[in-house]
Design a protein around this ligand. Sequence first.
Ligand code: CU
Length: 142
Amino acid sequence: MPRLMLSILVLVLTTSLVCADDSLISKAAPDAKVYFIEPMDGAVVGKTFSVKFGLSGMGVAPAGTDREHTGHHHILIDLDSLPDMTKPLPANDNIKHFGGGQTETTLTLEPGMHTLQLLLGNHLHIPHDTPVMSEKITITVE
Ligand SMILES: [Cu+2]
């Protein structure tokens, strides 16, 4: 009997942990879209260039602000494989956070071809379910 109680306890604990984990991921609006206003795919740009983020169907909110159907922008730079979509996005040279709610920025990159992709994150920097992600664009830096 104690063994059964233990199993039930473990089951209850596991279930609540899984639920708690799930609640960290925010639902995306079904018609949400994120896209580059500039640069355009295939653009040739200077070493330092401006990037403007477009978002429709959802709103921008700073990191830390938990409001339905909002998030903040991230740029994935030259990232070959997508990050773990169930965890907070790391911050590094390849993943830039705009947790202040910015909708544009200036990037400086080495000359050559680069890929850029936008990914929305929730108040905890975790991508939404389903992830709100732009096309991956390729630009040439002169
Ligand atoms: Cu972030």
